[in-house]
Design a protein around this ligand. Structure first.
Ligand SMILES: NC(=O)c1ccc[n+]([C@@H]2O[C@H](COP(=O)([O-])OP(=O)(O)OC[C@H]3O[C@@H](n4cnc5c(N)ncnc54)[C@H](OP(=O)(O)O)[C@@H]3O)[C@@H](O)[C@H]2O)c1
Length: 231
């Protein structure tokens, strides 16, 4: 049984991943900022194999403290799903400074901090570490009003590709998943046609497959789009 840590595990794609990994028999730690939402998500899973860690990945200190708690509890991480994220729809010239910084901290610095913490010798799983990063098709293609959001995903893509090359010889396997529009709460009340989006369960099934412990191969990149294409 592997220990899988999922950031942003209390909603949407992260919660769907939690269901998929639980069904596969794994033990989970779900990470989110809102303790009530996290507890409610864990309740819905109804399994003693799922627990929660309240942590804002945008805070270096919070990630360090969480890593210490996991170390002290002897909970080495076999699989890290770097999924926590926020959406920001705004034309490039209208992105507020504060929100730009928040997005960068959550979606670039956060996954980098989580990778550093989980790849450290005292937290990495005995058999190594598999990392699945939830990026976005916006890292590969420009969409109006998604410039800054896409820029954080493209930056993380580059960072994680470099980390993959640097770490693959020492048992750290890094996979980047690029989903298109997926039906989750991240879209809020934007009036999007949710019937054209992918179910979060489809993305979760792909994440589970990418994290499978194959000794001789690694899925490096996986692009997924709704069957009808981008919205
Ligand atoms: N939905 C899509 O169409 C789509 C497409 C491509 C990629 N993605 C990516 O998929 C990932 C998950 O998105 P989703 O659609 O499932 O969104 P969601 O339903 O809104 O879930 C986001 C999750 O991230 C957590 N979170 C946000 N900021 C955090 C932080 N600083 N520290 C820790 N946890 C944090 C949230 O919990 P708290 O608010 O309680 O912290 C929540 O659990 C994101 O990276 C997103 O960019 C989504």
């Amino acid at each position: 049984m592997r220990h899988v840590l999922i950031t942003g595990g209390s909603s949407g794609i992260g919660l769907a991943c939690a269901r998929a990994f639980l069904a596969a028999g794994e033990t989970l730690t779900l990470v989110g900022r809102d303790a009530t939402r996290l507890a409610a998500a864990i309740d819905t899973l109804g399994s003693a194999r799922a627990s929660g860690e309240c942590c804002d990945v945008a805070s270096a200190a919070a990630v360090t403290q969480m890593a210490l708690r996991l170390q002290e509890a002897g909970r080495r991480v076999d699989v890290l799903v770097n999924n926590a994220g926020l959406f920001l729809a705004a034309p490039v010239l209208k992105v507020p400074e504060e929100q730009a910084a928040q997005l960068w901290e959550c979606q670039v610095m956060g996954p980098w901090r989580m990778l550093k913490a989980c790849a450290a010798a005292d937290l990495r799983g005995e058999a190594g570490l598999t990392v699945v990063n939830i990026l976005s098709v916006t890292a590969l293609k420009s969409f109006p009003a998604c410039g800054f959001y896409g820029a954080t995903k493209a930056a993380l893509k580059n960072l994680m590709e470099t980390a993959r090359a640097e770490l693959r010889q020492e048992g750290v396997r890094i996979c980047n998943v690029f989903p298109g529009a997926t039906d989750t709460p991240i879209w809020g009340e934007r009036g999007m046609d949710r019937s054209r989006m992918m179910p979060a369960e489809d993305v979760a099934a792909a994440v589970l497959a990418c994290a499978a412990p194959h000794a001789g191969s690694l899925v490096e990149d996986l692009v997924m789009r709704p069957v009808g294409g981008d919205l």
